[in-house]
Design a protein. Structure first.
Length: 195
């Protein structure tokens, strides 16, 4: 993340996203596929890690294999196979939505995962309970832990959509776009930007 200042001196926290160039690798129409869509691909892939089906698919677009492909329905811009889409489709001040996968945090306890406070300080006959979950439910009647109980477990790696972000600035020569606020994922992760 970084920050940018407007002419009045107001600071805005921003995230820099490399948004292109994306190559059109497939065009779907209502006549052939039943719906209108464009398949956009981003990032280069080495030939060693490319399957034969991927090579044939990307050969139609006269481009090398890409790491990431995604289909967009009802894309507003008419394009043909092999053409590129850059950050020029965005304008400063546009409202966008960013979809990504959050950072994985592995197995976490209840204090970090659910915000439990523990039992506070130690007292007589009590030790090592500061970060424990506490009681888990009834003993004889239910005789089991009920579904939905807040307990320790895997945290992170969730698909998240952030709405209401604004395009603050565009660097067309480098295909960089500055989006207000933070976006999900680690540095270098792939996100989707939707208008």
């Amino acid at each position: 993340m970084t920050s940018i200042f407007d002419p009045t001196g107001k600071q805005t926290a921003c995230t820099i996203i490399e948004a292109g160039p994306c190559v059109v690798t497939q065009v779907k129409t209502k006549e052939s596929d039943g719906y209108d869509a464009l398949q956009l691909s981003f990032g280069d892939k080495t030939e060693k890690h490319t399957t034969r089906s991927e090579k044939n698919h990307f050969a139609k677009a006269s481009t090398a294999a890409k790491k990431f492909s995604r289909e967009f329905r009802n894309f507003a811009i008419e394009k043909t196979i092999g053409e590129t889409i850059t950050v020029d489709i965005f304008a400063e001040g546009d409202d966008v939505q960013v979809v990504g996968t959050t950072k994985g945090k592995g197995f976490q306890g209840v204090v970090k995962r659910h915000g439990f406070h523990g039992v506070g300080q130690q007292s007589h006959g009590q030790h090592d309970r500061q970060r424990a979950p506490g009681s888990l439910g009834n003993s004889s009647d239910a005789s089991r832990v009920m579904k939905g109980m807040k307990m320790g477990g895997r945290m992170g790696t969730d698909r998240v959509k952030l709405k209401g972000l604004k395009v603050v600035k565009i660097f067309a020569e480098k295909n960089y776009i500055l989006v207000s606020g933070s976006v999900p994922g680690y540095n270098g992760s792939i996100v989707l930007i939707q208008k």
